[in-house]
Design a protein around this ligand. Structure first.
Ligand code: FMN
Length: 345
């Protein structure tokens, strides 16, 4: 692939974000089915990968025809070797994680720590560029802290070193999830670099996407929590219309995930334990779904739609069950999905 083809790979796409745990293979498969145009592995620590660990994370499903592998690390030669392994495992692109805020990673000088060292970050990008001619995207934040919003500089350095696209998550490392994403700054990066910029932060509804398209020059988008709450967000973003599923349709989506998870983890005793563990983890997001309307959207900051406790759904019907924040209820939901004990029409 030449450079312009590699850049085109990231142009005008709506992608599922790389997510530890949430981006497990069965869930990615579900999102792909709903229209996610790019899927990505969970974050893989390059140091561990080259020492023989993390292997299951390299796998993808056949339906993921534009699957990438996300690497984190700070040593250029190790990152290059890890990228080579991604190529061997059939990845269609490589994503370098320079946004990871977690202490364990940052303390080692990787993830968002590299936002403070643009020259080192560029050396990693250059080494990976040398190792593969797959499309290469770097994922950054606005900066390490709000005193140092250096995303434009970092993006430029990454592009000079060979990145084909830049994902900008519109928050700083220090902010974690506390504030709404700054799309004005994401837009600024999009205007300053001549490769596709993929905007990331707080897209939950088709109206969020419409707003960002209208108000910014950003044309590609990455969705994380919105996809965890409703994997069908990709259908909504493709059509521009909200999809309000019936209760039966929601049960069917949950069953679809269980089918994919059983296929992946196995339907023996050991597999079932893992399927249940993932299902219950996902319920922590799924239960927050509410039939948001364009009026809700107009009345709230997108972030508050999800950060605020989702309104209670009263009653003892399935609607209330699926909307419950109670973990004991999540277990019950899992049993019902597993036993196919739910309405189908
Ligand atoms: C459960 C979870 C796991 C995540 N894991 C990763 C990861 O492994 N690599 C990464 O680059 N970002 C990770 N992120 C961050 C997301 O990719 C994304 O940048 C962030 O959630 C903002 O997008 P959103 O507002 O659509 O959620 C994770 C987010 C969540 C919610």
């Amino acid at each position: 692939m030449d450079r312009s083809e590699r850049q085109d790979f990231f142009r005008e796409v709506v992608a599922l974000a790389p997510m530890a745990k949430g981006g497990n293979l069965p869930y990615r498969r579900l999102c792909r089915e709903f229209g996610a145009e790019r899927t990505c592995s969970e974050m893989i620590l390059a140091d561990k990968l080259v020492r023989g660990g993390e292997r299951p994370l390299l796998r993808h499903h056949a339906s993921e025809d534009a699957f990438g592998i996300q690497l984190a690390g700070k040593r250029p030669e190790v990152m290059a070797d890890a990228a080579q392994m991604a190529v061997e495992h059939g990845a269609r692109f490589v994503d370098l994680n320079f946004g990871c805020p977690i202490d364990l990673v940052v303390r080692k000088g990787a993830g968002a720590a590299l936002l403070r060292k643009p020259a080192k970050l560029a050396a990693v990008v250059a080494a990976v560029r040398e190792a593969t001619d797959l499309p290469l995207v770097v994922k950054i934040r606005l900066g390490y802290s709000s005193e140092k919003l250096n995303c434009v500089t970092v993006a430029r350095r990454a592009v000079e070193a060979g990145a084909d696209a830049v994902v900008v998550h519109g928050r700083t490392r220090a902010q974690r999830y506390r504030h709404s994403a700054r799309w004005d700054l994401i837009d600024q990066v999009a205007r300053e670099v001549d490769v596709p910029v993929i905007g990331n932060g707080d897209i939950y509804t088709p109206w969020d996407l419409e707003l960002r398209r209208r108000e910014t020059g950003v044309r590609s988008f990455l969705v994380a929590r919105g996809a965890l709450i409703k994997p069908w967000i990709f259908r909504e973003l493709a059509t521009g219309e909200a999809w309000i599923p019936t209760v039966a349709e929601r049960w069917a989506v949950l069953r679809r995930f269980v089918d994919f998870a059983l296929e992946y983890f196995g339907d023996d005793e050991r597999g079932l334990v893992r399927v249940e563990r993932f299902f219950v983890w996902h319920m922590g997001f799924w239960h927050r779904w509410r039939p948001w309307t364009v009026a809700d959207h107009a009345a709230h900051q997108p972030e508050s739609l999800i950060q605020a406790r989702a309104p209670q759904v009263d009653g003892d019907g399935d609607e209330a069950l699926l909307a419950s924040a109670d973990e004991a209820v999540h277990d019950r939901v899992f049993r019902r999905v597993l036993d196919r004990d739910f309405p189908t029409a």
